[in-house]
Design a protein around this ligand. Structure first.
Ligand SMILES: Cc1ncc(COP(=O)(O)O)c(C=O)c1O
Length: 473
């Protein structure tokens, strides 16, 4: 008997006399066992082992969902995507969520949605962002919060941040305003909410859009006449599900809003720019596929192929969504653990330095939650005070096995991607100087507080950081 035939017979036997449902259940049971045997084997942390700044936290639930979706083989957005968008909206208390393939795609989509022709007459006002219009933001952050503005030909206006919150200095907002300002687009830095009350009031009083880049702050809350999740106070919020973030699906992101018009634009631009809102693979749900009149197309042209925007394809796969559905169920626990880890590290650093005979706060500026906020911390940010050499401290911390990170770009305007704009002095504006942003670029670093960290790891981190700072002064 040929090898191929033998293999087929063996495979047949495996599912003999089983329904498809039973066969699937059998595979999924094996997947759970596989995950328990080969992944997530818990062992105590041994001093000297590497402590990453972030890591995925998952178990057999995620793996089972992933394989279930693979066996279904729908592949593109399907039932898991629907479930994820619904559950995510429910968690945040927001009306519309669109799943996308990354946080950067989410930012691109959120920004580009505001350039839609459908916004050129909103209650008699032109709210559309045109090339040359200005958007207020910060330079101390991640580049893809700003990239969509530059790519479209809008002008980012950079405002300085405050330390130790690492968020926009709201006292400088009015000064940054011009007659071209159309929006404010900002991230909540490492989970610490920016002053949403002041920024929202500023936007409302000047008729500006507010996009909250919530990629590093999912689960953070802000007290604005009651507790609200960050990402839901502005007109549009964005999330990233890249592995280091608060929850993961490998790659992935989301764009969310309470505004039905913005939601329609977001979905259109995500899905090739099309006008039709039928999900992939389903036709004529509205019953008007062949009777509309659009642009200068012949009446009744197939609505499935009518384009109201120049769009993209930024959809995620159903397998990503399947992982996300399992992560979301664990999410409140992740947030709780991040908060506990942050508090433990803060306390640990103070106690350890005291035992070593110095006050850590004389050498480092420690992070602080913004007023009226309840952060779901992404990281633990520190700034070396004058006299402490950041490079030396970071090298020692890394050498002791603790992974560190810079606050992403530090000062984005100093990067090579800005060389041409810096030379020409065109395409961006700095309002009022970026002194604290430069301090962050030169003197700050952060370590993780991800939910997989144990008290042993956090204690070790306190000792390593305190010692490195002591000998780098
Ligand atoms: C604030 C912020 N926005 C956007 C992104 C981009 O997310 P992604 O990596 O999913 O594209 C990141 C990435 O870490 C980020 O930190």
């Amino acid at each position: 008997m040929g090898k191929e035939k033998q293999r087929c017979l063996k495979e047949q036997k495996m599912f003999e006399n089983m329904s498809e449902k039973e066969a699937r259940a059998k595979i999924l049971e094996s997947v759970r066992e596989y995950c328990g045997t080969f992944h997530n084997r818990t062992k105590d942390y041994e001093p000297g082992e590497r402590i990453p700044y972030a890591s995925r936290v998952y178990d057999a639930d995620e793996m089972e969902n992933l394989v279930d979706s693979a066996l279904e083989f729908w592949l593109t957005a399907g039932r898991y995507t629907d479930e994820f968008e619904r559950s995510f909206s429910e968690y945040l208390g927001i009306k519309h969520t669109a799943l996308v393939n990354s946080g950067s795609s989410a930012n691109l989509l959120a920004f580009m949605a505001l350039t839609s022709p459908l916004l050129s007459d909103v209650n008699g006002k032109d709210r559309r962002i045109y090339p040359g219009d200005e958007v207020i933001t910060v330079a101390a952050g991640f580049p893809t919060t700003v990239a969509p503005m530059v790519q479209y030909g809008a002008v980012p206006v950079f405002v300085d941040v405050t330390i130790p919150e690492y968020n926009i200095d709201v006292s400088r907002l009015e000064e940054a305003l011009s007659e071209k300002t159309k929006a404010v687009m900002l991230a909540h830095t490492l989970g610490n909410p920016f002053d949403l009350k002041s920024v929202r009031e500023f936007c409302d009083s000047h008729g500006l859009w507010l996009i909250e880049d919530n990629c590093d702050s999912l689960g953070s809350r802000y007290d604005l006449d009651g507790w609200r999740f960050t990402g839901t106070v502005g007109d549009i919020g964005t999330s990233s599900f890249y592995p280091p973030h608060h929850m993961t699906m490998g790659e992935g992101g989301a764009v969310y809003t309470d505004n039905p018009l913005l939601s329609r634009i977001i979905r259109s631009m995500r899905d090739w720019g099309r006008d039709c809102v039928c999900p992939s693979g389903r036709d004529n749900l509205c019953g008007h596929r062949f009777d509309g009149q659009y642009g200068e197309l012949p009446k009744g042209y197939d609505h499935k192929y009518v384009y109201s925007h120049f769009g993209y394809n930024l959809k995620a796969t159903d397998m990503q969504a399947a992982i996300g559905c399992a992560q979301l169920k664990k999410f409140p626990g992740f947030v709780k653990k991040r908060k506990e880890n942050f508090a433990y590290l803060l306390d640990g650093l103070k106690c350890t330095s005291e035992k070593m005979g110095f006050d850590i706060e004389d050498r480092l500026i420690l992070p602080a939650a913004s007023p009226d906020s309840d952060p779901s911390w992404f990281g633990f940010m520190m700034t070396c005070r004058p006299g402490v050499d950041r490079r030396s401290a970071v090298e020692k911390i890394e050498a002791a096995g603790v992974q560190t990170r810079a606050l992403f770009a530090g000062n984005l305007t100093k990067h090579p991607c800005f060389d041409e704009m810096r030379k020409s002095g065109r395409g961006y504006r700095i309002s009022g100087g970026l002194d604290n942003t430069d301090t962050i670029m030169n003197s700050s670093f952060w370590v993780g507080v991800y939910p997989g960290m144990t008290e042993q790891m956090l204690s070790h981190m306190s000792t390593v950081i305190a010692e490195a700072v002591r000998i780098s002064s």
